[in-house]
Design a protein around this ligand. Sequence first.
Ligand code: PLP
Length: 420
Amino acid sequence: MSPASRADCEALDAADALGRLRRQFRIPEGLIYLDGNSLGPVPESVSGALAQAVERDWGRGLVRSWNNADWIELPQRIGAAIARLIGAEADEVIVADSTSVNLFKVLSAALRMRPDRAVILSEPGNFPTDLYIAQGLIEQLGGRHTLRLVERDALGQAIGPDVAAVMLTQVDYRSGHRLDLEAISARARAAGAITIWDLAHSAGAFEVDLNAAGADFAVGCGYKYLNGGPGAPAFLFVARRHQQAFTQPLSGWMGHARPFAFETGYQPASGIGRYLCGTPPVLSMIALERGVDTVLAALGHGGMAALRAKSVALCELFIEQVERRCAAFGLTLASPRDASSRGSQVSFASADGDSGYAIIQALIARGVIGDFRAPDILRFGFAPLYVRHVDAWDAAEALAEIMRTEAWNRPEFLTRQAVT
Ligand SMILES: *Cc1c(COP(=O)(O)O)cnc(C)c1O
């Protein structure tokens, strides 16, 4: 049963075992933050951790801190922490570079594993950078491969004997539709294709079990549900059985078996370490580690299952309230109605793109932060670590008020900024 009043929401929040985890974050008073799927909020512990890294480790320790403060181990250490959230072993995940760059690395390795096949299979609605990276790699490889884009419902049949790699994002960034990672991975395995999962909108939001699904490769963002900060380093997963098979093309010194032997020839590290390229961005890594810790904290409060249950409850509440209050104003649900096919976000399509953008701007002006995704999507992320039932309730009410009064229809809300 969804709550029928704001008081019901307050009661649910008071009884919520995950409720205390909100205190891990610095969220401005009065702000409703529904954009943690784009940039998670800053954990309270980050300022202190960064200050210590700057004053003590960089300031006084200087170059010695690569050893003394374990800077050199950060990619492996944070990788091992993220592994706990995505059903991987500690030595199957490493933190490095951006999601885009990591995708380039693992897609390269995947294609080399299937030299007799030439198709990369994906969806036309996949996040653009994923498609762009595949296009760029195909060009680098001489144009022998094809990026084949098929609609979601046709994916199963499209995984045939010519498919080298199935490259998909588990949760659609626009609609929040969640693919069946297990079923598609099984289908790919049966067809001899390699799977590459983009977990940008999965990791930290709900349970993912890569090894139970037999997934081959994965990548994902540090700055979304992992709360690692703007431009945080990303992660990548390589199933242990594939780690020795091939090198990735960005053969930088940090992926060398002995970086500090300064040898002339490249020899890849034996495990996941070969997926590193250059020097890790230490300060960003330290912030990311604190961000990942905020999610690990949930493991002591019912774990990912509790996070998922709360996320579903928040999304259902928001959908119900928006549909009840806004049906007359041209907003239609753009996310799956069935929670099991949804990630941790809810999207509504607006009557047209211009009003959609303006509605989000008007909401932001009232302290409700969501975002707009072209052409016409209003997107609301419900990160269960810190979003409350009252937030979902109040956000729906604010949206209804803006639609009823047409408060969005003002020049300052209609002018688009660089980042939407
Ligand atoms: C956010 C996102 C990215 C971002 O990639 P960057 O390299 O960090 O800019 C990639 N893929 C998906 C599916 C995303 O949602």
